[in-house]
Design a binder for this molecule. Structure first.
Ligand code: GLN
Length: 456
């Protein structure tokens, strides 16, 4: 199985650009080891996997899509990577991504853009676009991505995959190169709900190495997916979010996306669930709040890349002092979007503006949390389209950051509130995939899998 995937990477990946690094020798050696020790146990033994390049992997190059980390080989494994290894999986390689996970199309990678397997002239979504292209293009059976504001769910939707952002704190962030620490969460990208559940169970659970890790048992997700696939949605109440493609908020949404969404809701109704419209008035403020909070945290997190400890160092020829070497390294090592975020975030956190920007954004975050709380008092899950549009042509939004940011309209509320959300394919529009998003209360990830499996 490993060899078949490596062969396919060999013939397809020049065109797709899904991988930044393929560990051919390591994968074959590891597959041999797994064969020798037997494949009993987890259900994942011997299954190949691709990891977004934001996961650090022992001895395997890790760049987070940035030049500044070119050539770096981490000395340890991220917990999620380690747990997959322990389950017997075989690492094929590291997948392309927007630099430091900042983007919605994978065009912000410092190395190359990734193409959508459904149409090579279109983006695969982002920032986990290398993972989505790898799995949708059959260059890996499943992959891990990370989701800060939608980066698992949106690329899954744009490539016809299942992608789940777990409850914040339920999958370890140890060994994830940090973008926005209060939002980052790792999760599975797979071709079926059941596959995603199997992977999620393998990577989830408490980790003492992550101070925000929740110490509670991993929910039984495979079981939930099986129930949903069997059509058992009894007793569930579903809310359609008025502000996310519901009545009165359809500007910017493609008609084909709204049609597929309506059909998915009708399918749930036919399966016997009670559907009602729910209003979450603060969701409309998620975009501006996110684009203050995420850059603020990024400006702080990215201070560690100064050319002294990891990756490249520029201008260290004995003629300059340390400040100049750091400045030169950052100037040449970071791309335009990363610099934009660092400048935005530094400004938003600066003393005179803290209350006006960062402080306000945190208050909006509280309002969004309250909207979720009120909604989940009435319904068990909330649904919306995952993305307002299908995959767009490569290049169409690169010069327009606001149009790029608008791709996250539907995914940001769940990120800011830390609640779980899944994207599941719900049909095609103009021959391109459309995703349904299912959001649930914190720690009720099983509901996402149950409802998604019924729609699949
Ligand atoms: N597109 C969003 C951003 O650029 C989300 C990215 C993510 O989830 N990593 O910040």
């Amino acid at each position: 199985v490993t060899r078949a995937h490596l062969d396919r990477i060999g013939t397809e990946d020049d065109a797709l650009g899904a991988y930044l690094h393929v560990d051919r020798e390591g994968a074959l050696r590891r597959a041999g080891e797994v064969d020798a020790t037997g494949t009993a146990g987890t259900g994942l033994a011997g299954v190949p996997v691709a990891l977004k390049d934001v996961f650090v992997t022992e001895g395997v190059p890790t760049t987070s899509g940035s030049r500044i980390l070119e050539g770096w080989r981490p000395p340890y494994d991220a917990t999620a990577a380690r747990r997959l290894k322990d389950a017997g999986t075989v690492l094929l390689g590291k997948t392309n991504m927007d630099e430091f996970a900042m983007g919605s199309s994978t065009e912000n990678s410092a190395y190359r853009p990734t193409r959508n397997p459904w149409d090579h002239d279109r983006v695969p979504g982002g920032s986990s676009g290398g993972s989505s292209a790898a799995v949708a293009g059959r260059l890996a059976p499943f992959a891990l991505g990370t989701d800060t504001g939608g980066s698992i769910r949106q690329p899954a939707a744009l490539t016809g995959l299942v992608g789940h952002k777990p409850t914040y704190g339920s999958v370890s962030r140890y060994g994830l190169i940090a973008f926005s620490s209060s939002l980052d969460q790792a999760g599975p990208m797979a071709r079926t709900v059941l596959d995603a559940a199997l992977v999620h169970e393998a990577i989830g659970g408490h980790d003492p190495c992550d101070s925000t890790s929740i110490d509670s048992p991993v929910p039984t997700l495979v079981e939930a997916a099986r129930r949903g696939a069997g059509g058992d949605l009894s007793g569930l109440r579903v809310g359609v979010v008025r502000e996310l493609g519901g009545e009165g908020s359809r500007e910017g949404y493609e008609q084909g996306v709204l049609d597929r969404f309506a059909e998915a809701v009708a399918l749930l109704e036919a399966a016997g669930v009670e559907v009602r419209e729910v209003s979450c008035p603060s969701f409309g403020l998620a975009l501006p709040a996110y684009y203050l909070i995420a850059p603020s945290e990024a400006s702080s997190n990215l201070a560690r890349f100064e050319g002294m400890r990891f990756g490249i160092r520029v201008g260290d020829d004995g003629s300059r002092d340390v400040d100049d070497v750091m400045a030169l390294t950052r100037e040449q090592g970071f791309g335009a979007e990363v610099k934009r975020r660092i400048i935005l975030g530094t400004y938003a956190l600066s003393a005179g503006y803290y209350d006006a920007y960062y402080g306000q954004a945190q208050k909006v975050r509280t309002l969004i949390n309250r909207d979720f709380g009120a909604a989940f008092a009435d319904v068990d899950v909330l649904v919306s389209p995952t993305s307002p549009t299908v995959a767009w042509p490569i290049g169409a939004r690169v010069d327009d950051p606001l149009a790029m940011y608008a791709a996250d309209l539907c995914t940001l509320p769940a990120s800011l509130a830390g609640v779980p959300a899944i994207s599941v394919p719900c049909g095609l529009s103009e021959e391109l995939p459309v995703g349904l998003q299912v959001m649930a209360p914190a720690l009720a990830d099983d509901r996402c899998y149950r409802v998604a499996a019924a729609v699949e």
